[in-house]
Design a protein around this ligand. Structure first.
Ligand code: ADP
Ligand code: MG
Length: 382
């Protein structure tokens, strides 16, 4: 893939583009985000990019960290985290300049200078949900990926379904249990959920990495499953189980006014390890039990349908940069959309980069392209 013509704020004579890579964060996907950052830091071309690694601790402190990908990897089942380095990063909001600052534990302030673009590699709430995007909008700093609205709407599996079904995309049957529903009339909420066909999947509305997702085979297990999902998010979805294959597809924003680019489709199959579905352990700790196959062995018709659903979903949601669209394909060949991830798993072994690799875009090229798309984007309302 050829690179873009020089984007406005970057690549000036003798100057590398400064990219702040932001990772970790307050969500339960903190460690996954660190692992993603390790891969992205490794892939960034240091001839072109000056990298500023910023970690967000589990408590939410922004800290300048060492550029040390190895420390951020998942190793032998050990989940990495952002250490509190005591070098606090401050993002100026709407002020006179856009220089980031670092405050040391003794209170001394150092000027880090401006960054051209932020690459927010955050998954889940307080990262993938529009919050960091809002902060960067206020700070007038360009960033990779979806904006505030798309990030927030696509984080919430309920809002996502409402938008998709209003656009004519097929979603499976479901009910929603809000915090108020649960506290006001738990029996009614459970009755409504039990009217779906079992098995059902109970899940937090705003989580990821299969955190808090429970497969429920009968009404007697429902209440405990809702309580479990509620420990991740007070808003819960109960979805009818879909008997189908999990087929996923990557979308990459087009350059300029071009239409979004759609990758080859891939399939996730859980092949062993006693996992009943694609759960957290299967995703990150027991990789031998999962097969990612790109291109998926599906008919041309199904392939075309999934790619079309992915294109429509990206546009309906108003996504920018990237998204991965996950579908179920039933025995009858029906394509239902399960979800869209605005910051999908992004290690070289994750589905999104693999889908692009199979479509002729290597991992470093993908990282590069996402940064260039962000640099080319105007600030403010788009
Ligand atoms: N309605 C459903 N029918 C069948 N399997 C499901 C359903 N919902 C979720 N799953 C299974 O659970 C996994 C995680 O659910 P998902 O909604 O994708 O949550 P997350 O955002 O945590 O990835 C899916 O990849 C799939 O294996
Ligand atoms: Mg998923």
């Amino acid at each position: 893939m050829s690179s873009h013509p020089a984007a406005p704020p970057a690549d000036g004579p003798g100057r590398r583009t400064r990219v702040a890579v932001v990772f970790g964060g307050r969500s339960e996907e903190h460690s996954i985000s660190c692992a993603t950052a390790a891969s992205v830091l490794r892939a960034m071309d240091r001839e072109r990019y000056d990298v500023v690694p910023i970690g967000i601790t589990r408590e939410g402190h922004w800290v300048l960290v060492d550029d040390d990908p190895e420390a951020l990897e998942i190793r032998d089942g050990r989940l990495p985290h952002v250490p509190d380095t005591g070098r606090q990063v401050i993002v100026p909001l709407g002020g006179l300049d856009q220089d980031l600052r670092v405050v040391a534990t003794d209170g001394t302030v150092a000027d880090l200078g401006p960054v051209d673009v932020v690459f927010p590699l955050l998954h889940g709430p307080f990262g993938e949900d529009g919050t960091i995007q809002g902060l960067l909008e206020l700070a007038d700093i360009r960033y990779v990926g979806c904006g505030v609205l798309a990030s927030a709407a696509m984080m919430d599996k309920h809002v996502m379904k409402v938008l998709f079904s209003s656009a004519g995309l097929a979603v499976g049957p479901y009910t929603v249990i809000t915090d108020l529903d649960w506290r006001r009339d738990r029996a009614a909420a459970l009755d409504a959920a039990a009217s779906l066909h079992f098995p059902v999947f109970v899940k937090p509305a705003r989580a990821g990495s299969s955190m808090g997702v429970v497969k429920v085979d009968g009404p007697e297990e429902l209440e405990a499953a809702v309580d479990k999902a509620r420990s991740h998010d007070p808003k819960v979805l109960v979805e009818q189980g879909i008997a189908g294959r999990e087929i996923e597809c990557g979308v990459l924003q087009g350059r300029g006014a071009d239409v979004p680019r759609i990758s080859e489709v891939g399939e996730i199959t859980v092949v062993g390890g006693g996992h009943e579905f694609y759960d957290f352990e299967a995703k990150y700790l027991d990789e031998a039990s999962v097969r990612i196959q790109v291109p998926a062995g599906v008919s041309d018709g199904v392939r075309a349908q999934v790619r079309e659903v992915a294109r429509r979903a990206f546009e309906v949601a108003g996504c920018e940069g990237l998204a991965r669209v996950d579908c179920f394909v039933t025995e009858a060949g029906e394509v239902l959309i399960n979800e869209i991830n605005t910051m999908p798993g992004f290690t070289p072994f994750s589905m999104y980069p693999q889908a692009w690799a199979a479509s002729g875009v290597s991992y470093p090229e993908l990282v590069d392209e996402l940064i260039q798309l962000a640099l080319a984007r105007p600030l403010g309302l788009r």
